[in-house]
Design a binder for this molecule. Structure first.
Ligand code: DOR
Ligand code: ZN
Length: 368
């Protein structure tokens, strides 16, 4: 069983499994001024993640054989942690997706407006995708409010399991509870920014910087997420880096970086008694592993200094975007060392491994 404590000099060190982030926007291809496979996977290791699942809303979006290979060949040469790549559901890629499925993390369906062009409005297309995507492979939906109710219904009609990304509202988490109680096969994730920020924080973060989809919600919504923790299957960062210049510009794109802040924020919540370490491991390792069928990484773990108090500062982060909505926040617990497949890959603020060390966890099904 995970969660091993040992004392090293005078500090308490906690050993956790290599964490899994099922929701990361790597930005390569097409957005490497924001992030690329090197910087995203370095940020992942610094944050205690040894596996990330990459979203398909790149430029071009990953929707077919050619674009999947573009993303995977960049990952192959640059990734420092393990990974898989999602495919995006589009209006005209139904058949081609089915064959590519086993090489991917799963199918992502964008059903509400967000960053990039991938959006499916027509519900008959949702039905088609539910029918043609291989049954054993994951489907993740970006669906907010009533769209979330609609996609749960369509998944249930098709007897499909569906994973709901970044749930942020009280009405959503209560609906998911009700669906689970009825035996509908639904799982969900919540992003740390919806657990630790609300719209009351917009003034201090800044209007452009606080743009994110789903938007920061009310404190009642935030409370409902904490109160319904048992309904939340995963904590997923939705790491969505955009540069400071873009965020402060005319038309700020939505999204927050999150890989390097998720674990310290959640460890701080553990210290405050808001959740247990077992709650954290379940949602950042066991459940994502199960939902996304992620293979065991042998000789892999993360060492946390459980006593360290520190202040979040983007300046020292590995993400290329150079900022965080949590700047200046005091947190408790820090990643000291990460070992991945027997190799020390991160130690005391330094990434120790070369680009290309990361492996595609769907490799056996892929050409790369
Ligand atoms: O805020 C967001 N940014 N939400 C999303 O769903 C997409 C993401 C991005 O890619 O920037
Ligand atoms: Zn996202």
């Amino acid at each position: 069983m995970w969660l091993i404590f040992f004392a090293c000099w005078w500090r308490m060190i906690i050993k956790l499994p290599g964490l899994i982030d099922p929701h990361v926007h790597v930005r390569e291809p097409g957005g490497t001024h924001k992030e690329d496979w090197k910087t995203a996977t370095s940020a992942a290791l610094a944050g205690g993640f040894t596996t990330i699942l990459a979203m398909p809303n790149t430029q071009p979006p990953v929707t077919d054989d050619e674009t999947l290979n573009m993303a995977l060949s960049a990952a192959h040469s640059k990734a420092r942690c393990d990974y898989a790549q999602f495919l995006g559901a589009g209006p005209d890629n139904l058949e081609s997706l089915t064959d590519l499925g086993p090489q991917t993390a799963g199918l992502k369906m964008y059903l509400d407006q967000t960053y990039g062009p991938l959006r499916l409005d027509d519900m008959s297309l949702w039905m088609e995708h539910f029918k043609s995507w291989p049954r054993e492979l994951p489907i993740v939906a970006h669906a907010e409010g009533r769209t979330l109710a609609a996609v749960i219904l369509l998944a249930a009609i098709n007897d499909r399991t569906i994973h709901l990304a970044h749930v942020s509202l009280r009405e959503e988490i209560l609906l998911i509870r009700a669906a689970k109680e009825k035996g509908i096969k639904v799982t969900c994730e919540v992003a740390p920014h919806h657990l630790f920020l609300t719209k009351a924080d917009i003034a201090s973060i800044g209007i452009g910087l606080s743009e994110v989809r789903p938007r920061l919600a009310s404190s009642a919504d935030q409370e409902a997420l904490w109160k319904n923790l048992d309904v939340i299957d995963c904590f997923a960062t939705d790491h969505a880096p955009h540069t400071l210049e873009e965020k402060n510009g005319e038309n700020p794109p939505p999204g927050f970086p999150g890989l390097e802040t998720a674990l310290p924020l959640l460890l701080t919540a553990v210290k405050e008694g808001r959740l247990t370490m077992q709650d954290l491991i379940l949602r950042m390792y066991s459940k994502p592993q199960q939902i996304f069928n992620i293979p065991e990484q042998p000789e892999t773990w993360v060492e946390i200094d459980a006593d360290e108090d520190w202040e979040i500062q983007a300046e020292v982060f590995f993400t290329r975007c150079g900022w965080t909505p949590f700047e200046g926040r005091k947190v408790h617990g820090r990643v000291r060392r990460v070992v991945l497949r027997g190799r020390e890959v991160f130690r005391d603020g330094q990434v120790m491994v070369h680009p290309g060390f990361g492996q595609n966890i769907r490799q056996s099904a892929s050409t790369l």
